[in-house]
Ligand binder design. Structure first.
Ligand code: KG4
Ligand code: ZN
Length: 381
């Protein structure tokens, strides 16, 4: 079966085409056929972060060009006509985006129905206006092509993308989901059966990377920029706090660490800051990694887990990947460590297609008439 994954929860318009094959062992094997990400970084750059209304407009502009890239060989125009009823439904679904609607009628409606069996789309959490445009685009496609539709939880997508490299995950598993908006330790009892063990009480780990990067005069997103600098720095140069480690729970807090970096930066002259940037980046990154590793290993041991999965944009960080794997090997040698390819750790459509496929197989299709975006959705709800 071929699955289209649509992700517009933040600043990337990401679409993917995935093939799922049911093996005899009932473990699906996934093949990535297409993975296209249209980044809006330039549009948001002058604002130093992601602006929701602008993200919505950029998604509306990018969705059809990206869809065309996905469908490359099936862009033939067909002869037969789309029914008036269908067109009416599509007009209603896309009425809030007049330009997108016009383009949809001119460029998508006349296409031959492509070889796609399921449409999956992120419906939350994320930026509300950005989520809605993706959801409505997916609804319009589901109507036009008359194929099933599934609304997908963004964080479930980040975790489920691990199936691409792992095929089989043994439970109970623990997922550390670390992105720009979330930092969660999730006990995965089975696919679609989650328990939230702990989360950040303030900033998310990725958000801390982004904010510290700004203090150091680096661009957005901050994670990759800090990681690059940190490679040249001394992680012991500054003794930044490792918050919440003494607390008997699995929660995190990164706002104190961020403030500690800010105070340090404020005391430095311009020249000193330039000289010490690499050490600041390395020491900050190490404080985040230590905190994430120590809490995760504690949760892994307490729950006697069989598999550990890293997930979310911060899982692209090599220091985190390496140190988590090493510590897990030391403390829980029987447990398997799985991590997505670096390029699939950050937002993409593949992860949505995989999680959507799991939901579809469990009989949890959405109704195109009622599917909504929900910006505050929680994976454990
Ligand atoms: O999952 P994601 O792409 O989007 C959200 O769902 O938020 O995560 C983006 C976050 C950003 O905060 C970004 O700075 C961070 O992931 N990130 C990294 C790295 N690459 C992306 N953080 C640390 N090291 C990286 N290499
Ligand atoms: Zn994400």
């Amino acid at each position: 079966m071929k699955i289209l994954g649509i992700e517009t929860s933040c600043d990337d318009t990401a679409l993917a085409l995935l093939e799922a094959e049911e093996g005899t062992s009932k473990v699906p094997s996934f093949k990535m056929l297409q993975n296209i990400i249209s980044s809006q970084l330039e549009a948001h750059a002058e604002f130093g972060g992601v602006v929701p209304g602008l993200a919505k407009r950029e998604h509306a502009k990018n969705l059809i060009p990206v869809l065309y890239q996905i469908l490359e060989e099936t862009t033939e125009k067909k002869q037969n006509k789309t029914s008036k009823d269908k067109l009416k439904d599509i007009e209603k679904i896309l009425e809030r985006y007049p330009k997108l609607l016009e383009e949809f009628k001119g460029k998508v409606v006349p296409l031959e129905k492509p070889d796609i069996d399921l449409i999956t789309v992120t419906h939350g959490p994320g930026l509300e206006p950005a989520l809605w445009v993706g959801v409505n685009f997916a609804r319009a496609l589901a109507v036009l092509w008359n194929i099933p539709l599934v609304g997908v939880d963004h964080m479930e997508g980040h975790i489920a993308v691990n199936l691409l490299s792992a095929e089989k995950v043994e439970f109970p598993a623990l997922a550390l989901a670390v992105s720009g908006g979330h930092t969660q330790l999730i006990l995965v009892k089975n696919w679609m059966d989650y328990e939230l063990l702990g989360e950040t009480l303030d900033d998310a780990a990725g958000e801390a990377f982004d904010k510290v990067a700004r203090m150091l005069g680096l661009g957005f997103p901050g994670g990759p920029a800090i990681e690059k600098l940190a490679k040249k720095g001394n992680a012991n140069a500054f003794d930044f706090p490792r918050p919440m480690l003494k607390k008997p729970n699995y929660n995190f807090s990164f706002s104190g660490l961020k403030t500690a970096v800010l105070y340090t930066v404020q005391k430095l002259s311009k020249k000193e800051l330039e000289d010490k940037k690499v050490d600041l980046a390395a020491s900050f990154q190490q404080a985040v990694v230590d905190t994430l590793v120590i809490k995760s290993i504690k949760a892994a041991k307490d729950n006697d887990i069989k598999t550990f999965m890293l997930a979310g944009g911060v899982a692209a960080n090599t220091a985190l990947r390496e140190q988590m794997e090493a510590k897990l090997k030391e403390e829980l040698p029987e447990a398997r460590f799985i991590v997505p390819e670096i390029t699939l750790a950050t937002d993409n459509g593949v992860m949505i297609a995989i999680a959507g496929y799991l939901r579809h197989n469990a009989g949890e299709d959405s109704d195109w008439r009622t599917l909504e975006a929900d910006s505050t959705k929680l994976i454990t709800e």
